[in-house]
Design a protein around this ligand. Structure first.
Ligand SMILES: C[S@@+](CC[C@H](N)C(=O)[O-])C[C@H]1O[C@@H](n2cnc3c(N)ncnc32)[C@H](O)[C@@H]1O
Length: 205
């Protein structure tokens, strides 16, 4: 998908990402034919893979990093997926857009949000999940410490950012207080990286 991407760093990291991140586990949680909002989509890998599998009817991804969004737009065009995928530069601080989504996904983004804002960020994601819709949250472990530290070093070197891991139990409590029901969770290690995923559904009243 990124074969024609001119930036070698983007080509390298998007090629490596499925090896260090269990995206296939997360993708299985997206029902076929979904309308997906991917928050902090980076170079768009998650939506591109979903669209290639035919799981996405319409996908909208946004990210604060303009170069990543440009790479996502190029990859969508080069893969013939530009009709069903839309990528825009936008910050979480601008609010989470409302739309006709039945899936809201956030993959490895919460740890980039400063700790004092994580709870309200999760609340704003919950607000965008309609009845019968899904919220998919995937992030990096906060325990054991050595795995969290390994990811801390990864982000310090690659994103030049000191990140803020939050455990799945904490996120689970925040989401539960917004009326969503957990329907799936997983905990997977790849190399020295530890990953957790939780999927929620908004039940009918
Ligand atoms: C580890 S990357 C994950 C990218 C993508 N979700 C994926 O799985 O490939 C974290 C992403 O969050 C984005 N991000 C961090 N803070 C953000 C903010 N305030 N608004 C929008 N995106 C943000 C970064 O630009 C980065 O692309």
């Amino acid at each position: 998908m990124y074969r024609r991407e001119p930036n070698a760093r983007v080509r390298l990291f998007q090629g490596l990402r499925p090896h260090i991140c269990p995206l296939e586990d997360v993708m299985e949680q997206v029902p076929v034919g979904s309308r997906v909002l991917d928050v902090g989509c980076g170079a768009g890998l998650f939506l591109l893979l979903l669209a290639r599998q035919g799981r996405v009817d319409k996908g909208y991804g946004f990210d604060v990093a303009a170069p990543a969004i440009q790479a996502a737009q190029r990859a969508a065009r080069d893969s013939g997926l530009a009709d069903c995928l839309d990528f825009q530069v936008r910050s979480i601080e601008d609010g989470i857009p409302s739309g006709p989504w039945n899936v809201v996904s956030v993959v490895d983004v919460i740890h980039h949000v400063p700790s004092p804002h994580q709870r309200s960020f999760v609340a704003s994601l919950c607000d965008r999940v309609p009845v019968g819709g899904r919220l998919i949250i995937k992030d990096m472990v906060s325990r054991p410490y050595w795995r969290a530290l390994a990811n801390q070093m990864h982000d310090l070197v690659l994103a030049r950012q000191w990140v803020h891991h939050v455990g799945p139990d904490q996120v689970d409590a925040w989401v539960a207080s917004h009326g969503l029901r957990r329907i799936y969770n997983s905990r997977i290690d790849r190399w020295w990286y530890g990953h957790w995923t939780m999927v929620y559904e908004r039940p009918s009243l």
